[in-house]
Design a protein around this ligand. Structure first.
Ligand code: BDR
Ligand code: CA
Length: 313
């Protein structure tokens, strides 16, 4: 199979960082056309910087990193320092990046790339709030029909919510943007909390990263060491959930994941359930299916793949 052309839209975030490392370690599966940063886990000034730190950690300073929207479409920004730490990448000590930030705005890069590449050949891998993507669709609606697929981390059904009782963080931060994307008609593959809470970095899995004895292996072990305290305290779980790497792992081994092609709509008005992903898992409505909504994952297969690929960097 030829490598899929992808743009990674992201708000690093330790789990975003691991997703990016997995992509950069897998050139036979995906060609990273660029990385677009968005405000989310931490403000934009930090997410764009963290994206460059991660590229340098991977030994790929030639990757183009763009800064995008610094706030959601219609709401003030909500961040998640309580999960990711002050920098968004707390855990390892990594040097400030030397590679440049591109001058072009991320939204313009997304539009230009999708218009220039052959129609139906660019996949958007979205690891944060959907602000950059929805803004690009609003600015140049012609790109919508040209996107091959959107694979995103966001939403929940059985797990309901992590930032509010009913909403997952990426959708909650910018529900309007998520609504635009879920209504776009583009082929959507969704990695909700139902899946990502099953890929936990247990002690053995963390040891496997550390035992790579490389700067990448050590940094990933230290990131997940830091990141796990939140979920351990909150859910009593066995380790950090690697939410965002599910997106890039799917491009390499889609058979690790299973789910249902169903209707998913986003709540954009209710104060109580704002940002809820209303997933018709049981197909009780006659609303048309618009997303492949994953529900299960082969976690051992996922970690075997991730550790092997990180070992290449
Ligand atoms: C999502 O929110 C962020 O905290 C993570 O990076 C992930 O993208 C999980 O709800
Ligand atoms: Ca993220």
């Amino acid at each position: 199979m030829t490598a899929r052309k992808i743009i990674i839209d992201t708000d690093p975030g330790q789990d975003d960082a691991v997703a990016i490392l997995l992509a950069l370690a897998s050139p036979e599966d995906m060609t990273v056309l660029g990385i677009t940063a968005v405000a989310g886990n931490v403000p934009l000034a930090l997410t764009q910087k963290n994206a460059r730190i991660v590229c340098e950690l991977a030994g790929k300073p030639e990757i183009k990193v763009f800064a995008g929207c610094d706030r959601p479409l219609q709401r003030p920004l909500v961040t998640a320092e309580h999960v990711h730490g002050k920098t968004g990448l707390d855990g390892p000590t990594l040097p400030d990046p030397k590679m440049p930030l591109q001058d072009q705005h991320a939204v313009d890069f997304i539009i230009e790339t999708i218009m220039q590449e052959e129609a139906g050949t660019v996949t958007l891998c979205v690891l944060g709030p959907l602000t950059n993507i929805a803004t690009a669709f609003q600015k140049e609606p012609k790109i919508v029909a040209r996107v091959q697929e959107i694979i995103l981390m966001g939403g929940a059904y059985f797990e309901v919510g992590n930032i509010t009782p009913t909403a997952e963080f990426n959708i909650y931060v910018d529900p309007k943007a998520a609504d635009i994307v879920f209504k776009s008609g583009i082929k959507l593959t969704v990695m909700p909390l139902d899946v990502t809470h099953k890929v936990l970095v247990t002690k053995e899995r963390n040891d496997a990263f550390r035992n790579l004895h490389s700067p990448v292996g050590t940094a990933v072990a230290e990131m997940t060491d830091f990141f796990e305290r939140f979920d351990k305290e909150k859910y009593g779980s066995n380790g950090a959930p690697l939410h965002d790497p599910c997106v890039t792992a799917y491009l390499i081994r889609p058979e690790l994941f299973s789910g249902r092609h169903i209707n998913v709509e986003i709540e954009t008005t209710s104060e109580l359930t704002l940002g809820m992903s209303v997933a018709d898992w049981w197909r009780v409505s006659d609303r048309p299916a618009n997303a492949m909504f994953m529900g299960d994952v082969n976690a051992d297969g996922f970690f075997a793949l991730l550790t092997e690929r990180l070992g290449r960097l």
